[in-house]
Design a protein around this ligand. Structure first.
Ligand SMILES: *[C@@H]1O[C@H](CO)[C@@H](O)[C@H](O)[C@H]1NC(C)=O
Ligand SMILES: *[C@@H]1O[C@H](CO)[C@@H](O)[C@H](O)[C@H]1NC(C)=O
Ligand SMILES: *[C@@H]1O[C@H](CO)[C@@H](O)[C@H](O)[C@H]1NC(C)=O
Length: 208
């Protein structure tokens, strides 16, 4: 059910420029728990080195509009195997990892708001997952919004929401080939939410 809901919300997801790092990414924390990894929530703040790059432009646009997600900050929930960061701190490890992953975007970055489950119980992350998902859906909605702006067609708020749930519109959106990273990511997020939802519900049933 949850999965179907999120599938429906995949709609019209084409986020302006094609080549941008995804704003959100969540790794599965139940498998992290079972492999005794450290699960961390982290923001990666970006500073584009090349003002002319697509990412730099996108950041500029997002900062100018308070209704848009701040593209200069990426949000991640990451599982780290204990042996991978060894003598480094988690922060140093994540900084290195992010630099490697974002190399092609030519950015300087800093890691911020790092919280790991060494200090917090795993249950705490359920709440974050929900917040993440809601944020993600808002971004999807926003992406749709961006496209409407391009078309210079005035539409009411309600009209937009109707479009989001419209079969015809959804069908067109699904038919349109979409390979951008946010879309691909959302598809896997959809699956992860389904798995997490399933695990939470079975856990709940066991306890009851
Ligand atoms: C990154 O951007 C700077 C500033 O525009 C430029 O000098 C440099 O060559 C770029 N590096 C890469 C790897 O593209
Ligand atoms: C966007 O995010 C960056 C990094 O977190 C922050 O420094 C900046 O103030 C934010 N800008 C706005 C307009 O929220
Ligand atoms: C961690 O250890 C490796 C060798 O095992 C060494 O090359 C590296 O410099 C060390 N890093 C830090 C931050 O101490």
């Amino acid at each position: 059910m949850i999965s179907i809901f999120f599938s429906l919300l995949i709609i019209g997801l084409s986020v302006g420029a094609e080549d941008l790092p995804p704003l959100f990414d969540i790794e599965d924390y139940y498998s992290c728990e079972s492999q005794q990894g450290v699960y961390c929530k982290v923001d990666i703040n970006l500073q584009a080195n090349n003002e002319a790059s697509g990412l730099a432009q996108e950041i500029k646009i997002s900062l100018a509009d308070k209704h848009k997600f701040n593209r200069s900050s990426l949000h991640r929930m990451i599982c780290i195997a204990k042996e991978t960061y060894q003598n480094r701190t988690v922060e140093e490890y994540l900084t290195d990892l992010s630099k490697r992953k974002l190399e092609r975007f030519n950015v300087s970055l800093t890691v911020a708001n790092l919280e790991c489950n060494e200090d917090l119980p795993f249950q705490f992350y359920d709440v974050f997952t929900i917040i993440f998902c809601v944020s993600y859906l808002m971004m999807v909605y926003q992406s749709y919004d961006v496209r409407r702006d391009d078309l210079k067609t005035p539409v009411s708020k309600y009209d937009k929401w109707f479009k989001i749930f419209s079969m015809r519109h959804n069908w067109r959106a699904i038919v349109r080939t979409n390979t951008n990273s946010d879309y691909v990511n959302l598809k896997s997020l959809d699956y992860k939410i389904f798995v997490i939802g399933y695990k939470v519900s079975t856990k709940f049933h066991k306890e009851v």
